[in-house]
Design a protein around this ligand. Sequence first.
Ligand SMILES: *Cc1c(COP(=O)(O)O)cnc(C)c1O
Length: 374
Amino acid sequence: MTLATDFVDAIPLTRLDNDDPELLTELLATVEAVARKAAFTGGAEVEAFEEEWAAYCGTAHAVGVSSGTEALALALRALDIGPGDEVVVPANSFIATAEAVTLVGATPRFVDVDPVTALVTADHIAPAITPCTRAVMPVHLYGRTVDMAPIMRLARSAGIAVVEDACQAHGAHVDGRRAGAVGDAGAFSFYPAKNLGAWGDGGALVTDDDAIADRVRLLRSHGERPRYHHRMPGTTARLDALQAAILRVKLRRLEAWNDGRRRAGAALTAALAGAPVRVPAPARADHVFHQYVIGALDRDALRAHLERWGIATGVHYPVPIHRTDAYRELYPGVGSLPVAEALAESSCSLPMHPSLGEAEITRIAEAVHSFGGS
Ligand SMILES: *Cc1c(COP(=O)(O)O)cnc(C)c1O
């Protein structure tokens, strides 16, 4: 049997900046300019990026931090959430959503998600609210936006805060705003593979709340203001100037990149019509396709089949957070959150990036259609 991989290039799950020579040249010049000034911490690049990111998200403030996980954790600390407090978190997310809660000494309370969108809804959150609940963290997973209005109403009536995990949804629209701008605070990751990625780790918190922004500014750098006057115990969680400078260049391309992802997502869905898999449901508001996730009854066999076709796949995520070794003590019973558990067994991420081309989409679709055939 002749394999597709014998005569064509493999299709990777994603592409990074080294695949774009023009961008790479521009970014290398940016890095050199920062290096020649030796302006590595704080300063003009960080301040300019914060202004530009806040303007893009439509929030009063953006605060650059060292990762998405820190953005989430510092938001919780700024809200005075800590030991004895509970934060409601969807079980179907990257583990960082829960880790941020653990980092501040609070307890994550995992809830299930909607089987069609894989997202948390107000109906999942409401029964999990106890007298100890202080916040909820909706996750715009895969780049698809959560239905925020019912969650905001629920949170306001329960007197709890909303911290959006927008780490996979840079620039996605939700109810006339951007993901991250709807709740009390929103957190972004600039991990290299995200829709807006740095050359290493980075993150940002956005908010309209002056007090939250101010506290996160203090906490990210040892509670220091002015120099060597420490108002509260903080940490080292700043956004590097090199990363800010890189992000400023890439931010100018984010809208076009997200459009490329939306286009590739729609084309994949059209090409997969009739294939023996579950394609992503149409977006209620917006979907910027950080990941293009399909469902298959025999997911592992599908992945092996696609690998033979030279098509890389991923699984986001193979174990729901409450079933990981890190958190299973909180949830001893198997099957306690059945939708998240079923998604973990059936989900398969296909290649997705802004420049995924027609020929690649055709080949991916052909390969998926032929699954279960020859
Ligand atoms: C990437 C990611 C994070 C954490 O971001 P880091 O920058 O890696 O710390 C948090 N939540 C979700 C949903 C993510 O995808």
